[in-house]
Design a protein around this ligand. Structure first.
Ligand code: ZN
Length: 316
């Protein structure tokens, strides 16, 4: 049987300072910090994961705070994910306007698309973040006293990426990944899984005028799609190789396993397994409390901790 994508897994961005990043995603957007670890490919940098209570696939936003590490600000443009959209319940945008104003986050109302309304803002590093009031979303949110469950983010709704020729990207997503065209308007196409769920959408936006994207601070690095397990992942790896695409070996990301490849428009995709998940090395109630390192880095813990900046998520 052909392997299938179950939805988005996570979105990963290169950001600036860690401390404002944690405050924005936990206090402004109300997500839970579910894991505090390091970039396994560069242990001088945190890897922060935000999501629902247990960091389920499709709720996860992850960041690499690279401030002070010699990276310049990136350029948003063609060949890149330019907007990350979070799903909020119908009727909740009025709450969000008051909440954002109280938190001194400036926002604009997004142009209606596919009949849906949104608020647009930038995170502290300049990433474009959208709160999208879409169809009913059954995912259980992480709620707090300040952002109650009636308004809280359900998870990621989808991402928008810009390419020069949408046709090639759409063909790749449908023929190689098995996604469906959900809706189309002008030069924007929404792709998703068969049952059209928030948390599974990729919006392809074709543009002649957008600058060429440059990776750097304040840009999205990649989007990860979820598969149930190792077998599906290996089947996709085999399919990509058979069709002539470059794809990496399986990488152990501790909380899931990953393969990476580029689609024709230049977007970096990852396919990640749903498990084993974030309770692998912390209890559910303690997620995100401690700096967690993979076993092979434990012997370097003192040096790694000394080099990382402090995070004070509860400071204002
Ligand atoms: Zn990733």
């Amino acid at each position: 049987m052909a392997p299938s994508i179950s939805g988005l897994h996570h979105v990963t961005a290169t950001v600036a300072e860690a401390d404002p990043d944690v405050r924005f995603y936990t206090r402004v957007l109300g997500l839970r910090l579910v894991k505090k670890t390091v970039n396994f490919d560069n242990t001088g940098v945190y890897h922060l994961y935000y999501g629902d209570e247990r960091g389920r696939p499709s709720t996860l936003m992850t960041t690499f705070p690279y401030a002070g590490k010699g990276l310049r600000a990136g350029t948003k443009g063609a060949g890149q994910i330019t907007v990350t959209s979070f799903s909020v319940p119908p009727g909740s945008l009025e709450f969000w306007k008051r909440h954002l104003a109280a938190r001194k986050v400036s926002f604009t109302e997004g142009a209606e698309r596919f009949g849906e309304h949104s608020l647009m803002m930038e995170d502290p590093s300049g990433l474009n973040i959208e709160l999208l009031e879409g169809a009913a979303d059954p995912r259980t949110p992480w709620a707090s006293a300040e952002i109650e469950s009636e308004a809280a983010i359900r998870g990621i709704h989808g991402v928008t990426f810009v390419v020069r020729r949408a046709g090639e990207s759409i063909r790749f997503a449908t023929e190689v990944l098995g996604l469906k065209v959900v809706e189309q308007t002008g030069r924007r196409t929404r792709l998703g899984v068969e049952d059209r769920r928030p948390g599974s959408y990729l919006e392809v936006l074709e543009s002649d005028h957008a600058p060429d994207a440059v990776n750097g601070l304040g840009t999205v690095h990649h989007v990860a799609l979820a598969v149930a397990g190792d077998q599906e992942q290996l089947a996709f790896q085999e399919r990509l190789r058979t069709m002539g695409y470059q794809v990496t070996d399986v990488r152990d990301r501790q909380y899931f396993r990953s393969i990476y490849f580029r689609e024709p428009g230049g977007i970096l995709y990852e396919i990640a397994t749903e498990g084993p998940g974030f309770t692998l090395d912390e209890d559910l109630s303690e997620l995100g409390a401690e700096l967690k390192l993979p076993a092979w880095e434990e012997e370097n813990r003192d040096a790694i901790e000394a080099a990382l900046p402090p995070i004070n998520p509860h400071s204002e």
